[in-house]
Design a protein around this ligand. Structure first.
Ligand code: ZN
Ligand code: ZN
Ligand code: ZN
Length: 140
């Protein structure tokens, strides 16, 4: 039974692959939107001085991570998973950021790097980057 309906679909691979491509588009768009939301929260957290801020649930967590980024000794050696996640997020943002003055950590540095020859390394980092992990990790 199942094989019959399969046979009917032979020759429709083009349609199937078009659908697959659209699905990737949707996933990609959703990812972009989620990243955008996290980035908006990050911009708030960069400027937020209120220690008991309740604007959104993760504000204080984000502030902790932001100050961790400044002081982390393992960051440069790529040993710290907290920093790695955050920097991956910032890289993702920087790739599409057009602002001349941006408050996202490392945005300027990353943009400068992207203009150099480090691109390939960054692309590799993006591929490893799991947005779900970041979302989970900032909501901890
Ligand atoms: Zn806040
Ligand atoms: Zn760190
Ligand atoms: Zn930026």
């Amino acid at each position: 039974m199942a094989s019959n309906s399969y046979d009917k679909n032979v020759g429709e691979e083009n349609i199937a692959s078009n659908i697959a491509e659209n699905t990737i588009d949707i996933v990609y768009k959703k990812r972009q939107e989620s990243i955008q939301k996290i980035i908006e929260k990050l911009i708030h957290a960069v400027n937020c001085k209120n220690e008991s801020c309740t604007t959104f649930a993760t504000c204080n967590r984000l502030k902790q991570i932001l100050s961790h980024l400044q002081i982390c000794k393992n960051r440069k050696e790529n040993k710290c998973s907290v920093c790695k996640q955050m920097i991956a997020l910032c890289c993702f943002h920087a790739k599409q950021c057009k602002a001349e003055i941006c408050q996202i950590p490392f945005c300027r540095q990353i943009k400068l790097k992207l203009a150099e020859k480090d691109q390939e390394k960054f692309v590799q980092e993006f591929e490893k980057f799991q947005l779900e992990d970041v979302e989970e990790f900032i909501s901890m």
